[in-house]
Unconditional design. Structure first.
Lengths: 192, 55
């Protein structure tokens, strides 16, 4: 993997089946809305040796009309929503700040957990994503320092701490400790 | 790469391995580590198709 400037990484990995699924899903998403992938999948993308049931994604808040277009597009491409069939219900969950999950029809995992970016940290991640250039497409992920802060100081489960340790080990020459501290403060402020 | 040190404590043992693997990823080509990682990842996806159909 190689950094290209401050906001792009070229990653020449052999794509996993999960990577292919994520690329297919985000290709649909990006036709309708800006997005950023956060949490566990980011660590996995960069080599963490574990599986996951879901891929967490923040999207910019959409109007009901625009979300309807995205929703129809997802259904057309073979996805279903695990939370509700009725479009109005799906949108109401998102509007209320909840996450909804989509998977390919006939499957439950892996699924894509989609949430409107409400908090400042999520909005910042969408505004300043890290682009990961893969062999068959580009994925937008949240800044690595934000990943570290979120996992180290907010989620803090064994799995999350190990994810943070992995990112720290792989990117130790690139991580900016000042940024990690700033994100930590931002996340703590959002909790209160 | 340094050798992986065995530990009696399970958490320490896991942490050591996570650090070891991260160092492996950092110092080896994307091709080399991803080929191995995909054995773990792809197994899950292959089985997920059956998840929904099981009673």
């Amino acid at each position: 993997m190689k950094f290209i400037g401050g906001s792009k990484i070229r990653l020449d990995r052999v794509l996993s089946e999960l990577d292919k699924r994520v690329l297919s899903f985000t290709r649909i998403l990006e036709r309708h809305v800006e997005y950023v992938i956060v949490s566990g999948y980011v660590s996995i993308l960069f080599g963490r040796a574990r599986a996951t049931e879901d891929v967490d994604i923040f999207v910019k808040r959409l109007s009901e009309k625009k979300f309807a277009m995205l929703y129809e597009n997802l259904l057309d491409k073979g996805y279903w929503c695990l939370n509700a069939e009725d479009f109005g219900e799906v949108y109401s969950y998102l509007r209320d700040g909840l996450a909804v999950r989509f998977a390919l029809k006939g499957e439950v995992i892996p699924n894509f957990e989609v949430k409107f970016a409400g908090k400042r940290s999520a909005k910042e991640a969408i505004e300043n994503p890290l682009s990961v250039v893969l062999r068959k497409g580009v994925l937008k992920i949240s800044p690595l320092e934000q990943q570290m802060a979120f996992k180290r100081y907010f989620l803090k489960s064994q799995k999350d701490l190990e994810d943070a340790k992995h990112i720290e080990g792989v990117f130790r020459e690139h991580l900016d400790e000042k940024k990690i501290k700033r994100y930590r403060k931002l996340i703590e402020d959002e909790k209160t | 790469m340094k050798k992986l040190k065995p530990e009696g404590d399970n958490t320490k043992e896991r942490n050591n391995f996570v650090e070891y693997w991260a160092e492996y990823v950092r110092t080896h080509s994307d091709l080399e580590w991803s080929r191995q990682q995909n054995i773990v990842i792809n197994g899950q996806i292959k089985n997920s198709g059956n998840f929904h159909r099981k009673p």
